[in-house]
Every structure is written in C-alpha cells, then in structure tokens.
Design a protein around this ligand. Structure first.
Ligand code: F0G
Length: 459
C-alpha cells in the first residue's frame, strides 16, 4: 500500500473560533440585511467567504516580516520581491501594489481607453469593473463546457479560440489593448487553463499583435492541475510549469492574497519597458513610490517567501486534495456541486439545489443565507447579485450559473472542519423543499453591488 498524502507542515499557533445558536444567527443575518459581507467575523464559525488574504503564513514568512526593510526608496525587501518575480515568472519589470485590483487600476489606467474591447476567459468582477469603469467592454470567451456543471472537462478555464478570433475580427486588434487569461478561472469555478490553451492564445494574440495579460491570483494551483492532468507534464516541476505558463504572457497582474499566501499585497509584472514606464506614473499617483507601491517592506519580504512556498508540490497536493475532499463528501450525498472540483473552492449549484426559487429572487444568495443559518458557515454568492446590472440597460444580468462558493483558506482549516461543512450543507439539502421563496433588493450601489447590497426576505 502506498502512503497517503498529508500536509507538509504542522500547526504552531491557533486562533479560537466560536459556534453560535440558530437563534443568534437568525438575528445576526437579519441585522446584516441578509448580506453575508455585513456579518462580523465573530458571528461566523467557519469562514469560507474567500481564500483571499485569509491564509496562514509560515514561520519563515513571519521571520521575513520581522526583518523587512521599511526604507521609502530602494528597500531590500523590494529587491527580494523583484528578484522572486523575475525568477518565478520571468517578468523583468515589476511594480508592487496593495492588492490585485490596485494592480488592475494602475495597469488599466495605462492601457485601457473608452470603447476598447478586452476579451478573456470569464473576467473576475474587479477586472471587469476596472474595464467597464473606463467605458470599455469585457467579453467572455471561456469554452462552453465551463457553464455545464456536469461536464467533466480537465481544463474548464480554457479560452474558446474560435470565439476569441471572432471577437478580434469583429472589433479589430487595434481596439483590443490585451487579452486576459485568468488562472485559475475564479468566475468559472476555480478551474484551470491548460498550457496548450495558453500557448494557442499567445500564438493567436501574436498574429494580431495583441499582448496577453495573465490574471495570476492562483498561478500555483493552475500549475498543479497542469502537472496532474496535462499530458507531458507529470515529471515537470511546479516552478518549471509556472515558468512555461508565463512565457506565454507579456504581463501579469496578481492578487498576492491567494497563492502568495500573504494577508495583503499584489503587483504587476511586465516584459515591456514602455508598459512599465507608463504604469509607473499611475503607480506613483495611486499606490506609492515604485519600490513599495502599496506595500510595507515587511509585507514584500513575506510575499517573496510565500511565492516560493506556493510552488511546493506537497503543499499544493494537500491544498487541492482538501478542497476535493469536501467536494466528494457533498457530491457523494447527492448535493449538486460543480465538477470537476476547482482549486480553491467548492461551488454549490443553486439552480439545482433550490429549484423552487426564481432567478429574480436570487437562489444562490438564498442558499448562502440558509447555510449560514444552519451552521454559521459563511460562503459567497456568485450569481445574479454579483453579476450586477448591465451598465447600459440597468437590468439585472443573469449569469449562466447561480453558485454559492465555499472558498477554502490556505493552511487554515482541518478535514474535521470539512466534515462539519459537508454535514451542514447536507442538512440544508435535506430540507430544500421547505425553502420556497428568496429575497428582494432594498438598496444597492451602482457598481459592484454585492459588497453592500441590502436585501429583504420574500414570503
Ligand atoms: N483577479 C482574481 C482572479 C481574483 O480572484 C481577485 C480577487 C482579484 C483579481 C482581485 O484581487 O481582491 O486582491 O483586489 N478575488 C477575491 C476572491 C476577492 O474572493 O475571489 P484583490
């Protein structure tokens, strides 16, 4: 018998979390206007709202925090991070930012103008927000299989090359500042993009002289899936796979709060000095001087270390298999979950879970609230509320799927927590027929409404 996988770390520090009663949770979610973002963390037992900035840093990262260099200009920690970015991603030019959306803000200020078209696999909401804010348009070119939760495709994050070529022909390359490849594709369920697809996208982009941007938040998880699933990569190391992935890109933005395993941070990596020079102006304006951007020296030092830790195969294996463990517990009990399982989260298919709830009554939000009430677990709606209104018609945009994302923080919860989460979701599944009505919006912001939306239950 071969030995099973196990975490390549042990726990040095713990934080208490508290269970609550149904009565308390019913009141708290009402006080939060049925928006899970408004809950206080001590009202949540297991927090699966996001895997962003919620990971546990290692002893080596904490050591780096203590030895970080806080010089305004020319910090040693900046150089450490710059060297790590050049080494891992092959990006010689680099600007630190305070998180992923700040990297988008800076880079898009330099490159995106009104009426531009930015095709890609399903854009993350801040990416789309930064495109639409500049009165440009994001076009989703993800393969159709991504939107069928029952199709078992190894790389559902892939771009549909025909669709992409069609967009280029229709709108003209000169109106396309770059193509975005999001790895793993968060919006499509944390599912990976294959090396082959990245290569083909780059070839097509080169033919039309369009740069490729990798939105890289979960770059290491994407590399793990390539190693496990793509032919020819079994014996290639994770870091070598990462280097090949980024050889098919001209620039990258990253939220370092995911695979960087830090609580805050991000950066832009670039191969073209002109893009770097243009972006520098906006970085200084919005973020900070080029050698710290929006980050403290200690945070840059911890990130340089975290980027390398993320490329450890045994860490990635334990991480991705923990997510799959939760997915299997749910799936074996008949709970409708997106398949194959993604790298950072399990997605409940709310249209199948709560067929009684109409799209206009936000089934995924309804399900997220039920799961919170059931057991104090906080997930997040990835459905109509997050999809926002169409910027022109102002009507609700109904995405292909209504999902509840259960994002698993890195190195934080044990498999006992996974057992608890699965038991809670199965209990909601068993009483699904009693859930007959959803919610209506009473207040919302004009853009990115899901963070602050207020809701009222319908009866
Ligand atoms: N791109 C992707 C693919 C993301 O998943 C995120 C954030 C961002 C960009 C923006 O980065 O939050 O550092 O500004 N995703 C988080 C999530 C919020 O919960 O999935 P940020």
């Amino acid at each position: 018998m071969s030995l099973p996988f196990a975490e390549p770390y042990k726990i040095k520090m713990v934080e208490s979390i508290h269970r609550s009663t149904l009565k308390e949770r019913t009141q708290w979610i009402k006080d939060a206007n049925y928006n899970l973002f408004n809950l206080l963390s001590n009202q949540v037992y297991i927090d699966l709202l996001t895997d962003s900035g919620t990971g546990a840093m290692s002893d080596k990262q904490w050591s780096a925090i203590m030895s970080g260099d806080e010089s305004y200009a020319g910090s040693r920690s900046y150089t450490e991070l710059k060297d790590a970015v050049a080494d891992i991603f092959g990006m010689p030019f680099f600007l630190p930012t305070h998180q992923g959306r700040a990297a988008e803000n800076v880079l898009f200020s330099a490159l995106v103008k009104e009426n531009d078209i930015v095709p890609g696999n399903a854009h993350f909401d801040t990416t789309k927000g930064h495109i639409e804010f500049r009165k440009a348009q994001a076009i989703d070119c993800t393969i159709a299989a991504a939107y069928d939760t029952h199709i078992d495709h190894p790389f559902k994050g892939n771009l549909d090359l025909e669709k992409l070529e069609q967009v280029i022909t229709e709108h003209g390359a000169k109106n396309i500042p770059f193509i975005v490849v999001t790895i793993t594709c968060n919006t499509a369920g944390g599912l990976p993009v294959s090396i082959e697809n990245m290569k083909e996208v780059k070839q097509l982009a080169e033919k039309h002289n369009i740069p490729v941007l990798i939105d890289s938040a979960r770059f290491a998880e994407n590399a793990y899936f390539i190693k496990e699933r793509e032919s020819g990569y079994k014996d290639i190391t994770i870091i070598e796979i990462i280097r090949e992935m980024f050889s098919y890109a001209d620039m990258m933005t990253i939220s370092a709060k995911k695979d960087g395993i830090v609580n805050i941070g991000g950066f832009i990596g670039m191969k073209d000095e002109d893009v770097f020079k243009k972006s520098t102006v906006f970085n200084i304006l919005f973020e900070g001087f080029i050698t710290y951007g929006g980050m403290a020296g200690r945070d840059m030092a911890a990130l340089a270390q975290g980027l390398y830790e993320s490329t450890d195969y045994h860490y990635l294996e334990s991480r991705i298999k923990q997510v799959a463990y939760l997915g299997s517990l749910l799936s074996d009990a008949g709970v409708p979950v997106q398949k194959p399982f993604g790298g950072h989260a399990i997605f409940l298919n709310a249209l199948e879970f709560l067929p009684n709830i109409k799209r206009e009554e936000y089934p995924a939000q309804t399900l997220a609230i039920e799961l919170y009430k059931e057991a104090g677990i906080r997930g997040v709606e990835i459905g109509t509320i997050m999809a926002d209104r169409d910027p022109v018609s102002r009507t609700n945009r109904y995405p292909n799927l209504e999902l509840v994302r259960l994002a698993i923080p890195r190195r934080v919860y044990t498999n006992n927590h996974m057992n608890y989460i699965a038991a809670a979701a199965i209990r909601v599944w068993e009483r699904k027929d009693e859930i007959k009505r959803g919610y209506e919006i009473t207040e919302e912001a004009p853009i990115m409404r899901h963070f602050t939306v207020k809701l009222r239950p319908l009866s």
